[in-house]
Write a protein that binds this ligand. Structure first.
Ligand code: ATP
Length: 288
């Protein structure tokens, strides 16, 4: 039996460069793992089956769960004749722009690699991961990465300096597909510059990093749910250095200098907005 931590992610930048012939958008993003995480336990079973123990609202416990798909792909690819039982402890909010499903799938690949002693490299796992979803390769490796293509082409950048985050999750579940479908280039006021962000990361300049944050999908999600802009402003008013929507939303993360500052802001947000789930987190490194 093996237990794996599956970290969530935020986007320091998210830009759309264009539409591809295969229907996907060409993206450029800087992704960051955070320690808000799910826990998966994987054990071998004698029968040729995949048993999923997942009791989470809004998440299927059937074959359409990404955990199931990842396990099935792994067993098939490596001709493994026994099965697995996988239990999920879900802590990452669902449909929130924090890669909850993608990170669970990545954890299954990493966990089964260890459980079956295959010693596959991260590169080999990333090939499988790309079949499961655009964000899954990043979740296999984690840390701070530049992601291109449809998100599956990843390369490391310098890591964040010490800092902490407050994450807020409004009671809205947003479909990533819906956000991309409604994206209109002409509604974007400013595109983030990933090169600029990578330069600030290399200098470990937290203020420069905060000044370079940007997500073009805010134009769709915040355009539709303007209350999200109010939460962003409030986070900054309460002392955050900057706030941005993660992925396709609706989660918003606020960057703070340290965990104590994040705690103070989180307490105020919880007190003022009962409708929000509020989390405190720190960056997680690529140490998997
Ligand atoms: P991303 O940031 O990767 O686009 P997200 O964080 O916005 O994803 P998820 O939490 O991954 O959203 O959920 C997206 C959809 O995936 C949900 O509708 C959910 O039912 C489905 N899903 C399938 N498997 C899982 C899983 N293991 N955990 C969470 N959601 C899952």
């Amino acid at each position: 039996m093996i237990t794996i931590t599956a970290n969530g992610k935020i986007n320091l930048t998210l830009d759309i460069l264009g539409r591809r012939d295969d229907g996907y958008h060409e993206v450029e993003m800087i992704m960051q793992s955070i320690n808000l995480s799910d826990k998966l336990t994987i054990e071998k079973i004698d029968i040729c089956d995949i048993i999923l123990d997942c009791v989470v609202e809004g998440v299927s416990d059937k074959k359409d769960n990404l955990i199931y798909k990842a396990a099935e792909l792994f067993l098939r690819t490596y001709n493994i004749s026994c099965g697995v039982k996988i239990s999920l402890e879900k802590n990452i909010p669902v449909a929130a722009g924090l890669a909850g499903g993608s990170t669970d799938a990545a954890a299954v690949l990493r966990g089964m690699n260890d459980l079956f002693d295959l010693a596959l490299s991260a590169r080999e796992l990333c090939v499988l991961a790309a079949e499961l979803g655009s964000d899954v390769p990043f979740c296999v490796v984690g840390g701070t990465m530049l992601a291109k293509g449809r998100g599956e082409k990843i390369s490391p950048t310098a890591s964040l300096p010490n800092c902490a985050f407050v994450l807020i999750k409004p009671k809205l579940g947003i479909s990533t597909a819906w956000v991309y479908k409604n994206y209109r280039e002409q509604l974007v006021k400013k595109h983030p510059d990933s090169n600029l962000m990578m330069g600030e990361l290399a200098k470990k300049n937290l203020d420069g990093i905060c000044g370079s944050l940007g997500n073009v999908l805010e134009s769709v999600t915040i355009g539709t749910y303007p209350q999200l802009a109010v939460y962003k402003e409030k986070l900054c008013l309460y002392g955050a250095k900057a706030a941005l929507m993660s992925g396709s939303g609706p989660s918003i993360f606020a960057v703070c200098g340290d965990a104590a500052a994040a705690r103070r802001i989180a307490v105020k947000m919880r007190r003022e907005y009962e409708e929000l789930e509020v989390y405190e987190a720190v960056p997680a490194s690529a140490d998997k």
